[in-house]
Design a protein around this ligand. Structure first.
Ligand code: FBP
Length: 684
C-alpha cells in the first residue's frame, strides 16, 4: 500500500522537474556586481530635451544625470557611511504582472543581504494599496527562494491603485515614516514610473529615495537620449509574453495548414503599442500582422493627388478608416485563397483601434466626457448610466445643451456614433482605468474589425472576386476520369486556364450553379435539359469560398507565464542595479540595463533620471506630465525588416506556408534565441 501511495504521489506532485531547475538557477550577474561594492558615476554625455512643465513641477529632480554603476573594491569614507548603514527598503509591484518580477526582488534582496544582513526589504501587499493600508511583509530568504525565476507577482501581489491625490500622498508619507523606510522601489510601467518621479520629488527633502523599475509585457517603456542612444531597450516581461503568445500562435499555424478551414484571428495584448504584435510576427511568421503605428501613418496618395489638382486639401486621405482597413485585410485573404489557401493566421494588436482616426476621436472625446462626469459626481458614469440607451441619451443631452453646437460632443459626433453597431458603441463607452486610459483589453477589437471584414468579403464573393483557386492537376484528373473535354471546360470555367498557373480561378461571372450552367450552355458543353456534370459541380464547390474564422485572445496567459532565461537574467540584474542606485544615493530614477540587445558580457547597469523623460499628454481630458510611451518606430530596422518579409510570410503562392515554430519557453536544454528578435534587429 505504501509503495502504491508513494508512486501515486510522485505522479501527481505539483513539483515538476522544470520547477526544481528554476528554483536552483542562479542568474549570472554583470561584472560590476562581482566586486565588493558599487558606486555611481554621473554620465554627462547623455542629454534630454527637457519640457518646461517638467522643470516647473519636478525642480529637485530635473537636473539629475544618467548614472553608470561601477564596481569599487575599496570604500571611501563617504561611501562607507552609505554602505554600512542598515537599509530599510519598501517594494511595490504596480500594474499588470510581468514575468521576471520576482527576480527583481531576488536581485535587490541578494545584493542587499550580501552587503549586510542588517538590510531589510519589505513588500507592500497588492501594490500601492498595501502602502496606503500599511499592509506589508518583511521579505525573507525562504520567500525569495520559493519564487525565484517564477512568473507572476504572486509573492506580494499587485494592483492598479495610483497615488493621485494629496490625501493618498500624505497617507503614503505617513506609512513610509512609520516603517522608517530609506527607500521605496516601484516596479511598474510608464504610468507607475511617472508616479515614482512625483513621489520622489515629494520625499526628496525627507531623504527617502524612490527608484523605478521598467516593468510591462507591452514593451512600451523604452528610453533613448536626445541623440538616439538607447538607454533602455525594453521592459522586463516583454520577451516572455511574446514567446508565450508565439508558441500558441505557431500551433495554430500547424492546425490551420492541416485542416485548411479557418482563419485564426489572434488579438495580442500591448495596449496602444504594437511591439508585442511585431515581435510575435518575427517569432511565428504569421501570414498577416497588422501594426497600428503603420495604419496611423497611412496616406492615400491617389486622393492627395486628386485634391492637389483642384488646389484643395483632402483631410480624409490621411489615416485609415475601419472600412479601408478591412479592405486591406480582405485583399490579403483573397490573395491566399487564389492559391487554394482559404485559411491563415492574422495577428491583431489589441490597441489597433487607437490608430484609426475615426475611432481615436471617439476614444479621446469619450475619455474626456467620462472623466469630467466622474470628477463631478459621487457615482461613476458607468454606475449611473448602466444601459447603452441611457448613455446615448446623456451624450445627446450634452450635444443639445451646448451653445451654437460648440461642444465636445457635436451633431456630427452624434450622427457618426449612431451609425456604428451598438455592441461597438457599448465597448467605446466602458469604464476607463485609474489613469483615465481606455481599457483596450476589454474591447473585442478582433470582433469589430472582423465584422467589417466579413461584410466586405461577402460583397466580394457576390461580385465573383473572392474565389478559392483549384489545383490544375486535380481539375484535369477528375475531368479525365469522367471523360469530359478538359480544354474546352477549362477555358469555359476558368479565367486563367491558358496560363501556366498551378491554381485555376473560376471566372468572376460564375457565382452560382445557375451562372455556371448558363456558361456551359453558352459554350454548347451541355443542353438545357442536362445537369451540370458532377465533376464540374465538384470543381465549382471547391472554388466557392466559405470564410470561417476562430478568434483568440493572447494576453493574460502570456503575462502569467514563467520567465524566459532572458527575463530571469534581465530582471535579476535590474534588482542588483536598484540596490546599487539606493546605496549610491540616487533618487527619482529608473534602473536600467544598457546594451541589453547585445551579449550579456556587454550589459551595463545604469540609472536613468525620470524627470527629464516627461512630456505633456492628454489623460482623462486633462493635460498631464507623463513619461512618453514608446510605440513601434516605423524607421526602425525591425519594422523595415518586417515590411520586407511580410509578402513571404503571407505566402500567397502554391506550396507550404512559411511558419516559424519558436516552441515553448524552455528552461533546460537548448534555448531558441536569447533575446527579443526585434531588439536584436534594432541593434544591427
Ligand atoms: P501594465 O501596463 O500595467 O504593465 O499592463 C499591461 C497590460 O497587460 C496590457 O497589455 C493590457 O491592456 C492591460 O494590462 C490589461 O489590464 P488589466 O490587467 O487591468 O485587465
Amino acid at each position: 500500500m505504501k509503495t502504491f501511495l508513494d508512486k501515486q504521489n510522485r505522479v501527481i506532485t505539483n513539483i515538476s522537474n522544470e520547477m526544481v531547475e528554476r528554483r536552483k538557477y542562479v542568474p549570472p550577474i554583470c561584472d560590476v556586481f562581482k566586486g565588493e561594492f558599487t558606486t555611481l558615476k554621473p554620465q554627462d554625455s547623455y542629454k534630454f530635451d527637457i519640457h518646461k512643465e517638467a522643470k516647473a513641477h519636478l525642480p529637485k529632480l530635473i537636473n539629475e544625470k544618467v548614472m553608470k554603476v561601477e564596481c569599487i573594491e575599496k570604500l571611501t569614507s563617504k561611501s562607507k557611511k552609505r554602505f554600512l548603514k542598515a537599509y530599510r527598503i519598501g517594494v511595490v509591484f504596480s500594474g499588470g504582472p510581468a514575468p521576471g518580477g520576482h527576480n527583481v526582488i531576488a536581485g535587490i534582496f541578494d545584493f542587499a543581504k550580501k552587503i549586510s544582513s542588517e538590510n531589510k526589504i519589505f513588500g507592500f501587499w497588492q501594490g500601492f494599496q498595501g502602502l496606503l493600508d500599511n499592509e506589508f511583509v518583511e521579505i525573507t530568504k525562504d520567500m525569495v527562494d520559493h519564487y525565484r525565476n517564477f512568473g507572476g507577482f504572486t509573492m506580494i501581489k499587485t494592483g492598479r491603485t495610483k497615488i493621485d491625490t494629496k490625501e493618498k500622498l500624505e497617507t503614503l508619507k505617513r506609512n513610509i515614516d512609520k516603517l522608517n523606510l530609506d527607500a521605496l522601489v516601484i516596479i511598474g510601467g510608464d504610468d507607475s514610473n511617472t508616479n515614482a518621479a512625483f513621489i520622489a520629488e515629494e520625499l526628496y527633502d525627507e531623504g527617502v529615495q524612490v527608484i523605478g523599475v521598467p516593468k510591462t509585457i507591452d514593451g512600451d517603456v523604452q528610453v533613448k537620449d536626445k541623440n538616439g542612444t538607447i538607454l533602455c531597450a525594453t521592459s522586463f516581461g516583454f520577451h516572455t509574453a511574446a514567446r508565450a503568445f508565439s508558441k500558441n500562435i505557431s500551433n495554430l499555424g500547424t492546425d490551420a495548414s492541416s485542416d485548411m478551414k479557418y482563419w485564426h484571428i489572434c488579438k495580442v495584448m500591448g495596449r496602444v503599442a504594437s511591439h508585442l504584435a511585431l515581435e510575435s510576427a518575427f517569432q511565428t511568421h504569421a501570414n498577416l500582422t497588422l501594426i497600428g503605428e503603420e495604419i496611423a501613418d497611412y496616406v492615400d496618395e491617389e486622393r492627395v493627388k486628386k485634391a492637389k489638382e483642384k488646389n484643395e486639401i483632402d483631410y480624409t486621405a490621411y489615416g485609415l478608416t475601419l472600412r479601408h482597413l478591412s479592405r486591406t485585410i480582405c485583399n490579403k485573404i483573397m490573395k491566399r485563397a487564389k492559391v487554394g489557401k482559404n485559411f491563415g493566421i492574422l495577428i491583431l494588436p489589441e490597441g489597433i483601434l487607437e490608430f484609426i482616426n475615426e475611432i481615436q476621436i471617439f476614444i479621446i472625446k469619450l475619455n474626456t466626457i467620462i472623466a469630467e462626469y466622474n470628477k463631478n459626481h459621487d457615482k461613476s458614469f458607468n454606475q449611473v448610466f448602466a444601459t447603452l440607451e441611457s448613455k446615448l441619451a446623456y451624450l445627446k443631452k450634452i450635444n443639445e445643451t451646448s451653445k451654437d453646437n460648440i461642444s465636445i460632443w457635436n451633431d456630427r459626433d452624434n450622427e457618426l456614433f449612431n451609425a456604428i453597431p451598438d455592441f461597438f458603441q457599448k465597448q467605446l463607452l466602458i469604464e476607463r482605468d485609474v489613469h483615465g486610459n481606455f481599457q483596450f483589453s476589454l474591447v473585442e477589437t478582433d470582433k469589430i474589425v472582423m465584422k467589417f471584414v466579413k461584410e466586405h468579403l461577402s460583397t466580394l464573393k457576390e461580385s465573383g472576386a473572392y474565389k478559392v483557386g483549384v489545383k490544375r492537376t486535380f481539375f484535369e484528373t477528375i475531368l479525365k476520369e469522367d471523360n469530359l473535354p478538359i480544354k474546352k471546360y477549362g477555358e469555359t470555367v476558368f479565367k486563367n486556364y491558358n496560363s501556366n498557373d498551378d491554381y485555376l480561378i473560376v471566372k468572376e461571372s460564375i457565382i452560382s450553379f445557375k451562372t455556371l450552367k448558363s456558361a456551359l450552355l453558352q459554350e454548347g458543353l451541355i443542353k438545357e435539359q442536362d445537369d451540370v456534370p458532377f465533376a464540374i459541380k465538384k470543381i465549382y464547390d471547391k472554388s466557392n469560398p466559405k470564410f470561417q474564422m476562430q478568434t483568440h485572445f493572447y494576453g493574460y496567459d502570456g503575462r502569467g507565464s514563467d520567465p524566459t532565461m532572458f527575463d530571469c537574467n534581465y530582471a535579476y540584474n535590474l534588482g542588483f542595479t536598484v540596490f546599487s542606485l539606493i546605496s549610491g544615493g540616487a533618487t527619482g530614477c529608473m534602473a536600467s540595463i544598457k546594451n541589453l540587445e547585445k551579449e550579456f558580457e556587454e550589459w551595463q547597469p545604469i540609472g536613468i533620471p525620470i524627470a527629464p523623460l516627461m512630456h505633456i499628454e492628454e489623460r482623462g481630458g486633462k493635460l498631464m506630465l507623463v513619461i512618453e510611451k514608446s510605440v513601434v518606430d516605423l524607421d526602425s530596422n525591425a519594422f523595415k525588416a518586417f515590411k520586407n518579409l511580410r509578402e513571404d510570410w503571407l505566402c500567397a503562392y502554391p506550396g507550404e506556408d512559411n511558419y516559424r515554430k519558436p516552441g515553448p519557453i524552455r528552461f533546460k536544454g537548448m534555448i531558441e534565441e536569447d533575446r527579443p528578435i526585434t531588439l536584436v534587429l534594432n541593434s544591427i
